[in-house]
Design a binder for this molecule. Sequence first.
Ligand code: FES
Ligand code: FES
Length: 158
Amino acid sequence: METIELKVNGRTRTVHCLPNATLVDVLRDHLHLTGTHIGCDTTQCGACTIHVDGDAVKACTVLAVRSDGAEIMTIEGLAENEASHPMQKAFNECHGLQCGFCTPGMIMSAVDLVNKGFASDPTAVREGLSGNICRCTGYQNIVAAVMQGASEMQEQSS
Ligand code: FES
Ligand code: FES
């Protein structure tokens, strides 16, 4: 077993895990943060997307031991003081989800796109979310949600 330390959603956590444990397994099975989903386990669907040191990362592809010391944010850490994050609110208001399985990963990717200035228009959003697969929505409402969430995030930061 390996011992690693992660700062997850602002809280320092010590985890004992197998050397081949993935980051998503550690989040879900060791820390019980099951908002991060596993859809494919092969880096295709994006359901497992989280932020590692400020970048969107597919957590099924990263060995947990490689993240030792990293700062991690999952969907559970996005809301502040129990108020939904603007991107969560926008997905809700724009009906950017149906079954919701892809939604945590979509939202984490969308927030990263906005943070990096890559959500300037619907075409850029579609391009930026090309690593996240949704089986339900047809993407129209997801793109609308990301555009609304981006504008609310920009308003909040100005
Ligand atoms: S579960 Fe990680 S990309 Fe699908
Ligand atoms: S809402 Fe069902 S997979 Fe996207």
